[in-house]
Ligand binder design. Structure first.
Ligand code: MLT
Length: 271
């Protein structure tokens, strides 16, 4: 897995496929407390259509981090990764926390961003109760480490009957979550707690926006996603049946299909 150094963080990434005329590169951002592996089945299917870059964000997966991060600083890092890898114009897709980062990036990446894909995420900021929950999770991870956070998050991460139907996905997801360092979890919780509300921004965006969302998401209900797609001027809504919050691992074929179709019909056609 190649890597590059950004601000003293060593960022690992996968770089698959080749750029195609008229089809921008695709950058896939993972959620919390995860890493690029949550996107890899989707990336493998999309690499025949364009160049696909899947970073482990600073502090996650195999990437190190120096100092604190925020959602905005992670967005800056993604922009730097795209520039350093010479992607040219690109489309960014973010799963959950990755969606917060993609929204932040869409505020300032100017003409380089050709499209935004919001996957099992939301544009709103945390409310007071949400902020309190982040603070108590910070206390939990400081006291009991990553496994305590995994125990809290795993039961709601996939569709309700995943334990019966998707044993292998549950096992893989648990192992990815357990690999997340406690200090990264602490910083990410603070970064998500303090993030901005991007709802108004979303309604002003003119680039094509695809909202992909597992229909059985227990963390962020699907009606939130439908509203986001309606709010975006140039939005498309793609609910994914038989998937919860981590739709990219639960239904990678369906997610790759809707993204591939979006790239070719909504982005390629307008490039
Ligand atoms: C994620 O999957 O990235 C998290 O559920 C996002 C969040 O906690 O807000």
């Amino acid at each position: 897995m190649p890597s590059l150094v950004i601000d003293r963080s060593n960022v690992h990434y996968e770089d698959l496929g080749d750029a195609r005329p008229g089809v921008p590169a695709l950058v896939l951002l993972h959620g919390f407390p995860l890493d690029g592996r949550v996107w890899m089945s989707v990336a493998e299917q999309l690499k025949s259509k364009t160049r696909v870059i899947v970073p482990d964000l600073p502090g996650f997966g195999r990437s190190s981090v120096s100092g604190e991060f925020s959602i905005e600083s992670l967005a800056d890092d993604v922009e730097t990764i795209a520039a350093r890898l010479r992607t040219g114009p690109f489309v960014v897709a973010g799963l959950s926390m990755g969606g917060y980062i993609a929204l932040a990036l869409s505020e300032h990446s100017g003409s380089m961003l050709r499209g935004l894909i919001l996957t099992n995420t939301r544009s709103s900021a945390d409310d007071e109760a949400g902020k309190q929950k982040r603070n108590s999770m910070i206390e939990i991870v400081k006291a009991r480490g990553t496994p305590a956070i995994v125990d809290l998050m795993l039961p709601n991460a996939l569709e309700p009957d995943a334990a019966q139907k998707k044993g292998e996905v549950v096992r893989q997801l648990k192992s990815i979550m357990l690999d997340c360092p406690p200090r990264t979890i602490e910083m990410a919780l603070g970064a998500m707690r303090d993030r901005s509300d991007y709802t108004e921004h979303l309604s002003k965006l003119t680039i094509p926006v695809l909202v992909v969302h597992g229909s059985a998401d227990m963390i962020m209900p699907v009606h939130i996603a439908q509203k986001m797609a309606e709010r975006a001027r140039n939005g498309t809504f793609a609910p994914i049946p038989n998937a919860g919050h981590i739709s990219t691992m639960e239904q990678p074929d369906a997610v790759a299909d809707v993204i591939g179709n979006f790239l070719l019909t909504r982005i390629g056609a307008s490039s």
